[in-house]
Design a protein. Structure first.
Lengths: 130, 291
């Protein structure tokens, strides 16, 4: 039996990526990284800023996501995210832009602990890829 | 009858207007294609989001403790209406149709003795509503500067709505926009986004038992604000496609009308020119006869 399942990543503007031969996805879920293999139990979770790793028959890809929701059901993985880009073709300028706005947000006093945690995460991840 | 010179001037002015409307039609047609494409591309996201939320809300057993964005405040006193219109005019009945729909709704709310608050998105809506409902408008947003519809603009509107909801400034939120059906037809829509209408069944809602990480209600309370931005974004996409479609057909009509007018004026021009020539001939002939 094959060990592949299908993956679809959509952002508000379009369907970003669709693959049929995915073997494993590692995603930065809110409560820690989760790896999803075929026949995983149905799951809904949401993502924090981080790197999604996609292993497929055709190779391995890494993407940066800002946030998102992940739904796995009947061997269909859907990821909804507002901002995503491939680490291969990152735009340094764009990253520093996102980082700057995150830092600005962080410097505001009236943000919640959760928001602060997410922003910290974001900056850390962005630093690591820059 | 107008003089020959006047007619000439009118013909050339109608012709140059026709040139403008023709150019606007072309531009709208090009923009329409792009807007339509992005509206179609944006659909999977909002559909998926909707599906997940429906699945989630079906899984919630304890309605009492459900997030307020889903279940509402339990009251129905203060209505917030987000009226989404365009920033530019000359697009036929596009804005008027939304406003008309919204006004009927406003009247109903006011007749029931409820409080009405309005947020206008797009400057044309504000212009049309300020005279009658000026006191009800609490916020006006315009995205004149951003070239294309983008998610971050929608997110801004969504955040404003949610912030107001958390401050308990309203109970029910409805958005008004035009749904794009085809170039000629756009249907003005009212859609309630808070509390969410979950009566419709999820597309493939089965007895699926999802594993949730973290808990359902935490996911829901994170998802619902996103859903509001998504719905607003969807409305903005539909709106921009409708606006271009509406402008295209309006400008098409205008071009045709201008063409008809030019024809009519040309006939009138030729007739009066002929009349002048005949008059001159008669004068010459009768002058020659009298000699």
């Amino acid at each position: 039996m094959s060990e592949e399942y299908s993956l679809e990543i959509v952002n508000p503007e379009k369907s970003f990526l669709s693959k049929k031969d995915v073997t494993e996805v590692v995603a930065p879920a809110f409560e820690g990284e989760i790896g999803i293999l075929k026949d995983h139990i149905s799951i809904i979770s949401f993502l924090k800023p981080g790197i999604i790793k996609i292993y497929s028959k055709s190779g391995e890809d890494s993407y940066y996501v800002n946030d998102g929701i992940i739904e796995f059901k009947n061997n269909n993985l859907s990821i909804l995210t507002s901002l995503i880009f491939n680490l291969k073709d990152i735009d340094k300028q764009k990253i520093s832009e996102i980082m700057k706005s995150a830092e600005e947000e962080l410097s505001k006093s009236e943000i919640s602990d959760q928001a602060k945690y997410l922003l910290d995460q974001k900056i850390e991840v962005l630093k690591s890829i820059n | 009858m107008a003089s020959l010179d006047d007619l000439k001037k009118r013909i050339s002015s109608v012709k140059s207007t026709q040139k403008i409307t023709k150019a606007m039609k072309m531009v709208a047609a090009a923009k329409l294609r792009r807007a339509q494409e992005s509206a179609e591309k944006g659909r999977p996201y909002s559909e998926k989001m909707n599906n997940i939320i429906l699945n989630l809300s079906n899984g919630i057993s304890d309605i009492e403790n459900a997030p307020k964005l889903l279940s509402g405040t339990g009251e129905d006193k203060v209505h917030l209406c987000v009226v989404m219109t365009s920033d530019r005019g000359l697009c036929g009945g596009f804005n008027t149709n939304i406003i008309k729909k919204a006004k009927i709704f406003f009247q109903k709310i006011l007749d029931d003795g409820k409080t009405l608050k309005i947020i206008t998105v797009g400057s044309k809506g504000y212009d049309q509503l300020k005279r009658v409902y000026g006191d009800n408008i609490i916020e006006r947003i315009s995205f004149k500067d951003s070239k294309n519809v983008n998610y971050f603009d929608a997110d801004k509107v969504g955040k404003i709505v949610i912030e107001k909801f958390e401050k308990q400034e309203f109970d029910v939120c409805t958005i008004f926009y035009n749904q794009f059906k085809n170039v000629i037809t756009q249907i003005p829509q009212e859609q309630q986004i808070i509390p969410l209408n979950t009566s419709e069944k999820a597309e493939n809602s089965s007895e699926d038992n999802y594993e949730f990480e973290p808990e359902e209600d935490e996911i829901l309370s994170n998802l619902l604000p996103k859903n509001i931005s998504t719905q607003i974004f969807k409305a903005m996409l539909e709106n921009s496609a409708s606006e271009q479609g509406s402008r295209m057909s309006a400008m098409d009509n205008a071009t045709r009308n201008a063409g008809e007018m030019v024809d009519k004026l040309t006939i009138e021009y030729n007739r009066s020119r002929q009349a002048a020539i005949t008059k001159e001939l008669i004068e010459i002939i009768s002058g020659a006869e009298s000699l």
